[in-house]
Design a protein around this ligand. Structure first.
Ligand code: ACO
Length: 277
């Protein structure tokens, strides 16, 4: 999967990014997305996530790596709590008023949430490797955003918290599956239903962080990871990520067949390359 066929073709403008509290810098094969609202602890709105989806739909074809981080000393305080006030936030609709006053049906709200989830789903694309660089708090939607990435590199002050149940909500931004995949259902229940903070060292022990480094070493550690990832063949990396993503849902025989099928494609590509030399 690369670009969506029926989505926007132009990337979000600087104004759209700013209204969505995002920064985007694309340099060759690396796109860096920064949540940029430090005065509200990088809290995010619905517009943040629809714009994230827009970024995913319009990334240049040669982008292989996406790094997501937060401006300043925090990853993200999750959803902007103003989204739950009747008036919403920054001119954006409230999450609750439509249901409260009967102007939105449940189906419409589900469609709205599906649109928000698009901002998280594309981060699993096999042709990309996505990295969350987490400093400080990653709360609620912030934790789910980090969970949507392939790799999590944490500063040693990072704290992950699935706050939603404490607020009367469920985590609905595609975070429950990766959480369970990584820590198992029992630990996931404990983490979510206590809404406690999981520190960086525990996160690493649980598999929620691939790497934990001192805070001032975070940018360098992410750059090292990016360089290592870029050193592999892109097509092989894409095929391998696709294989790994289906492994948990496959039987051994199904996975062996998938490996064969993918390898035939790789061997054919290598043969074409050899013939062209
Ligand atoms: N939405 C809107 N504003 C926020 C949010 C948020 N999620 N989080 C922080 N802010 C604002 C505060 O209101 C405060 O604004 P003010 O300066 O105008 O008073 C400012 O950011 C600083 O917040 P502090 O709480 O003082 O920052 P601190 O560094 O001490 O704490 C922390 C950071 C732990 C993240 C804390 O702000 C917090 O718990 N925020 C709420 C987290 C939350 O419940 N998120 C929703 C989870 S559910 C979901 O995401 C779906």
């Amino acid at each position: 999967m690369t670009q969506a066929s029926n989505g926007p073709t132009l990337p979000p403008t600087e104004e759209e990014l700013s209204r969505a509290r995002l920064e985007l810098v694309v340099e060759g094969p690396v796109a860096r997305v920064t949540i940029n609202c430090p005065e509200r602890r990088n809290a995010m709105t619905g517009r943040t996530w629809t714009t994230l989806a827009h970024i995913g739909q319009t990334l240049p074809e040669d982008v292989r790596i996406v790094v997501i981080s937060g401006k300043g000393d925090i990853f993200s305080a999750g959803i902007d709590l103003g989204m739950f006030s009747p008036e919403g936030v920054d001119g954006e609709r409230s999450m609750v008023s439509g249901l409260a006053d009967g102007t939105s049906t449940e189906a419409e709200v589900q469609d709205y949430i599906a649109g928000l989830q698009e901002g998280f789903l594309w981060l699993r694309r096999p042709d990309l490797v996505t990295i969350a660089a987490v400093r400080g708090h990653a709360v609620g939607a912030g934790f789910q955003l980090a969970l949507s990435c392939d790799l999590r590199v944490l500063a040693d002050d990072a704290q992950l918290c699935m706050k939603e149940p404490a607020l009367g909500l469920v985590p609905d931004l595609t975070g429950t599956k990766p959480l369970v995949d990584i820590v198992g259902v029992h630990r996931a229940v404990e983490i979510c239903l206590t809404a406690r903070r999981v520190g960086a060292q525990e996160a690493q022990a649980l598999g929620l962080a691939e790497l934990v480094v001192a805070s001032d070493e975070l940018p360098g550690a992410v750059d090292d990871a990016v360089a290592a990832l870029l050193a592999t063949d892109r097509e092989a990396a894409t095929a391998t990520k696709a294989l790994l993503q289906q492994a948990a849902g496959n039987t051994l025989q199904q996975q062996a067949a998938a490996e064969r099928g993918a390898q035939v494609g790789r061997l054919a590509a290598l043969a074409r390359g050899a013939a062209g030399r």
